[in-house]
Design a protein around this ligand. Structure first.
Ligand code: UDX
Length: 484
């Protein structure tokens, strides 16, 4: 079947990029924009950006001279990064704005011939397909979570298995779902939405909608590489046959830059504090555990104190990112206002360094960093894999619960500390990561790091997948069925 809107002769390919306006997806889509803009002078690229993100990254037009930016409101005032509690309402407002504008993008001189949208925007995707614009979803979450979400999460909701009954043992392996060879997921490893007690919550409905509608697109871009998730990708192809595994996109984008320009460029929505690099320069090789819980995970004061004691008591050097907005219910998160026990302040002065936001890719690549205590966000995980840094995982929700299981049990490049926030356990596990099991984790992490580098090199699996994506966009090979 052909698209409702046949490409006109000599029409130039024009792609619309629509990221979710959060730190992780914005990073991924900007890397993709970079990769596409290197590909051909004959490809028009329009980046549909949230106005607040654009305000925070004012150098985007000069860094991406070939990309046109088109701005939308997300209905929230100010340019602070958006709090997770407003996520569902922000997405629906933003979607409505973009849907209203879609017909404009079909007008000359460069009518859109393809939409690449974050997988959360299935309503925009559906409308685009109705207008005859082929859709490729770029789901920037981890493929292991997308696999779990597409294959069995909706069924668990339909059968009433979720929400979990009171007293259910979440550590039990799930027997009747296809797992990755040799690894059973446990109930506690399922995507974050399975932990809800309220299935009417708009966020839960949004994610379930996404799981059901994702396969309808003409293609799917994934931020992964074949060697990392081969078996699982084969399973995913049975639902979404046209997969483009082009990741890790940050490494891919860096590798394609001319050597003289191969530095990390920042897409940070927060101000980066580079004093951490000077501090790292003064630390011995692989002696520091880097601690960061990404851009959205909140911490309670109790959790903060448990982590702090665990880190200080482990005797390990640590570099800790503490976003000013990450403490639940606390406005002023300066140490002087938090009434922190003096032994923690002393331990930090002796062996630690705390900052609000760092250039993370650069930190993970620094020779002084030997481990990463992370919330297992997909970008952080890939950045750690690329640098061969073993991980101690403390997942919070979304895809992180699945990812940490894969880190601990499939790739075996770290420890899954899921659902535990206790100073003694943290102390022991930090020592295990940095000393006891360091060699076994490092060897595997280094192997994966090499295979990531191979994947993005000329002729590698991600390189070839990107080439195919660009050819498909340029020669407008996508077809929208008439019945969408
Ligand atoms: C969200 C979800 O929480 C996560 O589960 C999902 O996989 C992606 O979307 P986030 O929590 O922000 O992402 O985590 P992550 O995916 O790890 O992305 C954080 C990004 O911020 C990374 O690219 C990281 O390099 C960057 N970062 C983080 C910095 O640049 N500096 C910092 O100090 C901390």
């Amino acid at each position: 079947m052909r698209s409702q809107r046949e490409p006109q002769q000599h029409q130039q390919p024009s792609v619309l990029l629509l990221p979710l306006p959060l730190q992780g997806p914005i990073n991924c889509f900007l890397k993709l924009a970079h990769l596409l803009s290197l590909s051909s002078d004959h490809l028009n690229i329009t980046f549909l950006n949230a106005a607040f993100v654009h305000q925070r990254l004012p150098d985007l037009p000069s860094r991406f001279p070939r990309v046109k930016f088109s701005l939308f409101s997300d209905g929230i005032s100010g340019d602070d990064p958006r709090p997770p509690a407003k996520f569902a309402s922000m997405v629906s407002f933003y979607e409505a704005e973009v849907i209203r504008s879609l017909p404009e993008f079909l007008k000359s001189p460069a009518p859109a011939t393809c939409l690449i949208a974050d997988g959360v925007f299935t309503a925009v995707g559906e409308r685009a397909m109705e207008l005859g614009i082929p859709v490729v979803y770029f789901s920037t979450l981890s493929p292991c979570c997308i696999w779990a979400s597409c294959f069995f999460v909706p069924k668990l909701f339909d059968s009433g298995e979720v929400p979990f009954k009171k007293g259910k043992d979440l550590n039990e392996p799930i027997s009747d779902i296809p797992g990755v060879e040799g690894t059973a997921l446990r109930w506690c490893d399922l995507p974050g939405i399975c932990r809800t007690q309220d299935i009417t919550n708009p966020y839960i409905q949004l994610v379930l909608e996404e799981c059901r509608k994702l396969p309808k697109a003409q293609g799917h871009i994934l931020n992964t590489f074949d060697d990392l998730e081969g078996t699982l990708l084969d399973k995913l192809r049975s639902l979404c046959p046209n997969l483009y595994t082009i990741g890790p996109v940050h490494l891919h984008s860096r590798t394609r830059q001319p050597e003289s320009e191969q530095r990390v460029t920042s897409n940070s929505l927060w101000q980066e504090d580079r004093s951490c690099i000077t501090w790292l320069d003064a630390q011995p090789s692989e002696s520091v555990i880097f601690v960061s819980f990404g851009s959205v995970v909140p911490l309670t004061m109790d959790q903060l104190i448990e982590f702090w004691y665990g880190l200080v008591n482990s005797g390990t050097r640590f570099l800790w990112v503490r976003r000013p907005d990450s403490l639940v219910g606390i406005e002023d998160s300066e140490d002087s206002s938090l009434q922190v026990p003096t032994e923690l302040l002393k331990g930090t002065r002796d062996r630690g360094f705390i900052v609000k936001w760092v250039p993370q890719e650069e930190v993970l690549a620094h020779g002084a960093v030997g481990g990463f205590l992370t919330h297992s966000g997909w970008n952080s995980t890939l950045e750690s894999i690329v640098e061969g840094v073993p991980m101690l995982c403390w997942p919070n929700g979304i895809d992180q619960l699945v990812i940490s299981r894969f880190v601990g049990d499939v790739w075996k490049i770290g420890i899954d500390m899921k659902d535990i926030c206790d100073r003694v356990v943290i102390e022991v596990m930090v020592r295990d990561l940095m000393e006891g099991r360091r060699n076994e984790f490092s060897q595997r992490a280094n192997r994966l790091s090499k295979s990531a580098a191979q994947a993005v090199r000329e002729g590698g699996s991600s390189w070839l997948a990107l080439h195919r994506l660009i050819e498909d966009i340029k020669f407008m090979r996508f077809e929208v069925p008439n019945d969408t």
